[in-house]
Write a protein that binds this ligand. Sequence first.
Ligand SMILES: Nc1ncnc2c1ncn2[C@@H]1O[C@H](COP(=O)(O)OP(=O)(O)OP(=O)(O)O)[C@@H](O)[C@H]1O
Length: 512
Amino acid sequence: SHNLSDISILCNYVYLQKLELPHNKIKLSCVSHMPYLVILDASHNEISNFFEFQPPKNLKEVNFSHNRMTKMKDLSAYLSLNTLNLDNNFCEISGLEQCCKLTHLSLAHNKISRISGLDSLPRGNQLEMIEGLENLKSLQVLDLSLNRISSLSGLQNLHLLGSIDLEKNLISEIQECKHIHNLLLLRDLNLLRNPVQEQPDYRLAVVFLLQHLTMLDQKKVTAEEKVSSVNKYDPPLDVVAARDHMTHLVYQLMQPQVTLPSPDSPYPMLVLTGPQGCGKRELAHRLCQEFSEYFAHTCHTTRAAYFGEENGLDYHFVSEEDFQNMIPMFIQTLQYGGHSYGLTRDAIEEVAREGLACCVHMELEGVFSLKNSYFEPRYILLIPIQVEKYTGHLKKRGLYSQAQIDAAVSRIELYTNTNKQRPGFFDNIIPCDREEAYQMLRQAVKGYLLLEEQEEGEDNIRASPDNTSTSGQAPDTPRPGTDQAAAVVSPTSDRRPGSNVKPILPPIPTGR
Ligand SMILES: Nc1ncnc2c1ncn2[C@@H]1O[C@H](COP(=O)(O)OP(=O)(O)OP(=O)(O)O)[C@@H](O)[C@H]1O
C-alpha cells in the first residue's frame, strides 16, 4: 500500500515464490522474470492487462481482484492455477477451459453477463465452489457444467438469470432448487447427469419448485407436468377432497349394505371448521355436553391423546396401522400435521342409533370432502380475527411446534378466501378469538334447533318434525330421558339407523 508504480527492480529476484503487492499502481511485467513464482497477489492495483507476463510454471494462486481488467484471455499456459480471484473486473469470463487444476474461482462484483467455458475443466479437478457470483447482478446465462458443484447456494440473488447449465455436477438434493426458487426469469435449467436425477419424482418436484421453467434437462416442461406437480405437492382443496371422496366412494360401493346416509333422508350433522388450535375441539365438546340430547362427537385419529382427553369422547384414538386397516370404513379422512383423522360410517351410525346427530370438527379439506358426499351438514366457520392473539393462544397451549403454529396461521387465509369466494359455503361464521365465541356458537346452534321458546319456559316444545316452526309441536314428540325416547333410540330398534334421529336441523336451503 505505498502507491508503488515501478517494481522493475524485482526483475533480479528470479527465485521469488510469493509476491504480494496489493494497493499499489504497479505493472506486472517483472513477473516474466520469476519462473518459480507460486503466489501472486496484485489486488487493488490499476492493472488493465490480464496475465500479461510469461507463465511461471508453478503459479498456483493469483489474486487480481479490484483491477481494471476487462478482457480475459486463454489461460491454457497457466496449468498449475488452482485459485483465481477476479473480483471487480470483467464483463465476460472466458479462457479458463484449460485451467485443469482450478478449484477456486472468485468472480464477485463483476459485470459479467455470461459465464461459459468452464465446462471442459477436466474431471477430477473440477470446480467445487464458485464464489462471488452473488454479486454478478447482470448475469443471464451461467454454464457451470462438468464441475463438482453440489450446492446452488449463492445464486439466489442473480435475478436476471435465465439459463443455468449444471450438467454433470454433484447436485444430489432436490431441495437445492430452493436456492433458485426466486429467480423469476429462470426458464432453462440443466441438471442432467447429477445424482439428484435418482431422487424419486425428481422431475415433478423440480417443476413444482421452479414454476417458471420452460426447459428442464434439455426437455420442454409441459403444461401437464406443471399441473401434476402442483396437484402432487400443493394440491388445491378441491383436489384433496376429490381424491379423498373418490377413495371412500369406491370402498362404499364395495360395502355390503349402505345404511347412512341416503339422498332421500339426509342425516343431520354439525361441522365446526377452522384452522388448527382455534378451539374447535373444546367448542365441539362443550356443545356436545350442553346439547347432549342432540349431539355426539365421533372421529378417529392416530395422534396421541392430549392430557385430559378421553378415548371415545374426544376422539377414538387408534394406531396408524389400525387406521389404515379401517380405510374402507371411512367416509372422509385427512392427513394433517403428520397424523390421520377420519370419520367412519360405523361411528356415525352408532351415534345415529342413539338418536343423536354427529357434531364434528375438521380442517377445510374435510369440509370439501363432505360436500362431495350425501351428507348435508351445517357448517360453522370458526375464524381467528386477530392473528397475534391467535398465535399467542397457540403458543400458550404448549401443544404445537413453531412449524405447526406457522402452518396453522398461514391457513387462516385459506378459510377467509373460501368464505369470500364461495358465498354460502359456511352456514355461520364465528370469530373464535372472541370471549363470547361459545355464546355465539350456542346461539347459532339453538337457532338451528329452534330451541328459543324452550328456554323461555315452554319445556315441552321441541322442534317440529318438518323444522318449519317451533310452536304447535306434536305433543307426542319423544323427549329425552322418557321411555318413549328410549324406545325410539333403542339400539335394538330394527328401524334403519339414523331414521330415529331427531329432525333437529332445518332443511338445507336449495341451491347450496
Ligand atoms: N375427520 C377429520 N377431518 C379433517 N380434519 C379433522 C378431522 N378430525 C379432526 N380434524 C382437524 O385436524 C386438526 C388437528 O386436530 P387436533 O384434534 O389435534 O386439533 P387441536 O390442536 O385440538 O385444534 P382445534 O382446537 O382446532 O380442534 C384440527 O383442525 C381438527 O379439527
